[in-house]
Design a protein around this ligand. Structure first.
Ligand code: FAD
Length: 407
């Protein structure tokens, strides 16, 4: 078996960023990244693509060009973790050995869990910003819709970027308002959960927009089936007493967000918790079962908001702690749960939600951007600055805006 000092499973936002950060700290380490996809996506831009404010092609780059110099790309997928023997089995039949392992596999969008959804996407008014392929179709639908019912759905938590389902709604409403057709369109958000946003402080500024656009919020209503040709969607609606009723609704446009969960190779593995996420200490991001394993990004059990912004901070914590563990030193850094959800309430304005564990507000620029107000500056940050920061800093091992938090 090929041997590595540090093996990274997954070459997405967290995996590539971690490899770059480790290389910056020590050029002697033999590092490998296991990543099956030739393409790497800047997924946070897909909300803007669906709102007609970003070119989808700009969200996609070759994985090959992003693997840091000196790091080995293993172009295959993890099939099994064998932590007792420090080995990983790949789908191409090979076995790799490691001294330390960082798991950054992202999460799996379970399109198949909603009968009819996969077959309907891209036609009959059914779309999703949660896919490179269909985010442009959202904008096409929005531009052309003049009347009828537009339904936006939100599956049960956890999902990546928990604000993205409602971001799609606000940007669509904004365009309809511009076109003067908003009054003819019946807008609703069917949310499987019971709150508009998980951090209560951000609900009032968001509710102003919900009221302004006259969108209807329906809580405890989970999308369970789609009939594309008939343009009908079925929801399981939970009443206060726990009883569930199935409700069918006709739509002219349906923006669906897939149910999400851990990758298959993780679910049954020894490194996962009961839900299938890599079980880590939420502060050190070290596996609770194996000291030479760390987890970061969407696949880990830490109760933060699953965002690229969270990965940006976790990378620094894992890079430092993993190298300390390598030298049998105490782990120096603690993750504070930082995550960020720039809520695009208008095309041109954003409520920049930044928060940590327990919903604690953690604004990066409190002197510049009021976190509880929709601002133009936050829009500029999201559309023009954050993509640049992602490709040129986060994925290159420059840790700007990711400063570590000491114990
Ligand atoms: P990913 O970047 O998804 O990477 C996971 C990688 O693992 C992939 O490259 C995949 O190919 C690979 N992989 C999968 N299975 C295997 C396997 N078996 N073996 C090896 N490799 C495997 N975040 C924000 O910060 N702000 C936002 O505004 C924002 N908006 C979003 C809007 C949308 C519509 C979406 C979809 C996401 C948004 N996000 C946002 C979330 C952000 O994209 C993710 O949180 C981030 O990409 C997580 O990084 P990751 O490395 O954990 O996962």
């Amino acid at each position: 078996a090929q041997k590595f000092d540090i093996l990274i499973a997954g070459g997405g936002a967290a995996g590539i960023g971690l490899a770059a950060s480790l290389r910056k700290r020590d050029k002697q380490l033999k590092i490998g990244i296991i990543e099956p996809s030739q393409w790497h996506y800047y997924q946070p831009s897909w909300t803007l693509v669906g709102g007609g404010a970003y070119k989808v092609k700009d969200s996609k780059r070759n994985t090959k060009a992003l693997i840091p110099q000196g790091v080995t790309w293993i172009e295959s997928a993890v099939k099994d973790f064998e932590p007792d023997s420090n080995q990983v089995k790949l789908s191409n039949g090979e076995t790799l050995e490691y001294q330390q392992l960082a798991v950054a596999l992202g999460l799996k969008s379970n399109w198949d869990q909603i009968p009819g959804l996969k077959e309907s996407l891209g036609k009959n008014g059914v779309t999703s910003n949660y896919s490179y392929e269909y985010a442009p179709y959202t904008w096409e639908l929005v531009k052309n819709l003049k009347s009828g019912k537009a339904i936006f759905t939100q599956p049960p938590m956890p999902i990546k970027c928990p604000g993205a389902p409602q971001k799609a709604m606000y940007l669509s409403c904004y365009e309809w308002e511009q076109q003067g057709v908003l009054k003819q369109i019946e807008v609703e958000l069917d949310n499987a959960g019971g709150a508009l946003f998980g951090v209560a402080d951000f609900v009032p500024p968001l509710m102003e927009y919900v009221k302004h656009y006259e969108a209807k919020l329906i809580f405890n209503s989970n999308l369970i089936a789609v009939d594309g040709p008939k343009q009908k969607a079925t929801f399981a609606v939970k009443a206060a007493d726990g009883t569930i009723e199935h409700v069918e609704k006709s739509f002219a446009m349906l923006h669906a967000v897939p149910p999400q969960g851990p990758q298959d190779c993780l679910k049954e593995s020894q490194i996962a918790n009961a839900e299938g996420w890599v079980e880590v200490d939420q502060f050190t991001l070290q596996s609770t079962k194996f000291q030479n394993i760390f987890g970061l990004g969407d696949c880990c059990s830490s109760p933060n908001s699953k965002t690229a912004a969270a990965a940006r901070k976790q990378i620094v914590v894992v890079a430092e702690n993993l190298l300390a563990a390598r030298n049998s030193k105490t782990l120096p850094l603690k993750y504070d749960g930082y995550g960020s959800c720039p809520l695009t309430v208008e095309r041109g304005k954003i409520v920049l939600a930044e928060f940590g564990f327990g919903g604690k507000l953690l604004p990066t620029f409190p002197w510049l951007i009021n976190p509880l107000k929709a601002t133009r500056l936050a829009w500029i940050l999201k559309r023009d600055i954050l993509p640049w920061l992602y490709w040129n800093a986060m994925l290159k091992g420059h840790e700007w805006l990711a400063k570590p938090f000491k114990n």
